[in-house]
Ligand binder design. Structure first.
Ligand SMILES: NC(=O)C1=CN([C@@H]2O[C@H](COP(=O)(O)OP(=O)(O)OC[C@H]3O[C@@H](n4cnc5c(N)ncnc54)[C@H](O)[C@@H]3O)[C@@H](O)[C@H]2O)C=CC1
Ligand SMILES: O=C(O)C(=O)COP(=O)(O)O
Length: 527
């Protein structure tokens, strides 16, 4: 009988679901906080059910010899080392929608609480002070709410705020104008949001692009008297800079549920009279906890007992028989998607995926899902291969799939074309006999390169001198080139370089590369 450890405060209702489905359960809701204790016993379990307190690090995973599945009763899986879990063949599942309404309601509660200083007024009143003139709040009717990240939770917050007669503006590069119109929100750029919003509420995942999205510079662009609400992830706001802006009176208030270090026992925001803090309570309602607990217990049992995969963030739903043949193509699809996603900064209107040769006869639905998940992952919180097409559709992205078993230069060829408001870019790849995915064409330019953990993509003019100067720049910065692939349309025409490097490339070096006269675009890529 498979064994599952529950190491966080997940509703005990989940225990019965596991038992009813033939899974043995060990309910130790406080264990997750102690990484050493978790690492000491994790080797005995096939499944681990968690919320956000358990940190599933590579050290914990190294001891998890028989672990097959990690189930997150909630949305964010940033407390799980997913690359390591994936490398160890451990499926990571979440419950992408079970607590979104509850979290949106918490953001609205904080918005009202900070507008009327309810916690401070409560404390003062219960201390017998009756300070009626101290607490002069602001009305929210007619005020502008700026939503940063208008996905599941951001769109529910928008809906509730519109109900409260607020004007909602949203910055989200992946929000289509049609979807914004349906939601009744005005899609704007970040700078405009910062300059117009009376309240700002954050609802993005924490990624390289969203880290410190409210930085010292961006806070300086906000309207005097703005109030900031963060119910998404700590790290989206520079907390020290926000404290300074509160101290100077530029920012009138802040309400935070999440912090850059959790549990937050000390924080720059603590102690300010116009700050409200809650201890990561966004998802903490009876209803949401019941939803996510029952859902995760069902999903994990289905996998452990029947091999069915639902809501996995690191694997598509596929049967046991087709898995070995499909796996390298799933990897190819994810990487082609990831390549395109990392190069795309504006809203995507459509994606075309063409399968030629032997891949056309495979489970192209799973492959397309994997490609879309790879494409959207740089922008979306923990998107999974099952929900990727639905999420894309919700965002107004049209997906076209074409299959042709006719011969091409390759036994199997997959081409992904991304269309945005102002450009179209395609990339093709195949899987070689060694089982490794390879890039063979970018924007119609032939190239031959493997995907590597750290790469630099350059689009340039095919003029003498570029390769030498580019390589010298990297060399002078101590960046070692592992492989170097070049391609071009025609002599002197558009060209690309795809370079595999050891380690990361500093931003300053990328700036210098972009400044080379022949360079049109240069991006670091990670796979
Ligand atoms: N406080 C709490 O207890 C809870 C917090 N959360 C957190 O809330 C966040 C949002 O969750 P969902 O709405 O379910 O995620 P989602 O994936 O549905 O939405 C995220 C949105 O952020 C947008 N986005 C990504 N990068 C962006 C950027 N650079 N600038 C602007 N927008 C960007 C995406 O396009 C997407 O629409 C996650 O971080 C999640 O972990 C979720 C549940 C409970
Ligand atoms: O679902 C999420 O992303 C959350 O942040 C909720 O976290 P929690 O389960 O309350 O520890």
């Amino acid at each position: 009988m498979p064994r599952v450890l529950i190491s966080d405060k997940i509703s005990p209702a989940s225990v019965q679901i596991f038992k009813d489905r033939g899974v043995e359960v060990d309910y130790q809701p406080d264990l997750g906080k102690d990484r050493d204790a978790l690492a000491a016993i994790i080797g005995n379990y096939d499944g681990l059910a968690i919320r956000s307190a358990t940190k599933v690090t590579s050290k914990v995973l190294a001891q998890a010899g028989q672990l097959k599945v990690i189930g997150r009763a909630g949305i964010g899986v940033d407390n799980v080392d997913i690359p390591t879990a994936t490398a160890r063949g451990v499926i990571v599942m979440n419950t992408p929608f079970g607590n979104s309404i509850t979290t949106a309601e918490h953001a609205i509660a904080l918005l009202l609480a900070i507008a009327r200083e309810i916690p401070a007024a409560d404390q003062s009143t219960q201390a017998g002070k009756w300070e009626k003139t101290r607490f002069l709040g602001v009305e929210i009717t007619g005020k502008t709410l700026g939503i940063i990240g208008c996905g599941n939770i951001g769109s529910i917050v928008s809906d509730r705020a519109i109900g409260l007669k607020m004007k909602v503006i949203a910055f989200d590069p992946f929000l289509s104008f049609e979807r914004a119109e349906d939601l009744g929100v005005e899609k704007v750029e970040l700078e405009e949001l910062l300059s117009r919003a009376d309240f700002i509420s954050l609802h993005t995942p924490l990624t390289d692009r969203t880290k410190n999205i409210l930085s010292v510079d961006n806070l300086a662009l906000t309207k005097k008297g703005v109030r900031v609400i963060n119910c998404a992830r700590g790290g989206l706001v520079d907390e020290a800079a926000l404290r300074k802006a509160l101290d100077s009176g530029h920012v009138a208030g802040a309400a935070f549920d999440v912090f850059s270090t959790e549990p937050a026992t000390e924080n720059p925001l603590f102690g300010h009279p116009h700050v409200i803090c809650t201890p990561h309570l966004g998802a903490s309602t009876m209803e949401a906890q019941e939803n996510v607990a029952l859902q995760i217990a069902e999903q994990m049992s289905d996998y452990l007992v029947r091999g069915a995969i639902t809501n996995a963030v690191n694997f598509p739903s596929i049967s046991a028989e087709e898995a070995p043949k499909l796996r390298p193509f799933i990897l190819l699809a994810e990487k082609l998607g990831s390549f395109a996603g990392q190069l795309t900064d504006t809203g995507i209107s459509s994606v075309r995926i063409t399968y030629q040769g032997e891949v056309a006869a495979m489970n192209t639905k799973a492959l397309t899902s994997a490609a879309i998940a790879g494409l959207l992952r740089p922008m979306l919180a923990d998107i999974n291969v099952v929900s990727a097409p639905v999420v894309a559709k919700e965002r107004g992205i049209v997906i076209e799939e074409t299959t042709s078993e006719a011969d091409s230069d390759y036994d199997a060829l997959m081409t992904l074309t991304v269309v945005t408001e102002n450009m179209e870019r395609s990339i093709s790849g195949t899987v070689f006999a060694d089982g490794k995915p390879r890039i063979i064409d970018i924007k119609g330019i032939k190239i031959d390169a493997e995907f590597a953990p750290s790469m630099i993509y350059v689009a340039n003019e095919d003029k003498p001198g570029f390769v030498g100067r580019f390589a010298s720049l990297l060399g002078e910065a101590g960046v070692n080139i592992a492989t170097f692939a070049l391609g071009r349309y025609s002599p002197g025409g558009d060209a690309i370089a795809l370079v595999q490097i050891d380690g990361d490339v500093p931003d300053s070096v990328m700036e210098q590369v972009r400044a080379l006269p022949q360079v049109r675009q240069a991006r670091p890529l990670v796979f």
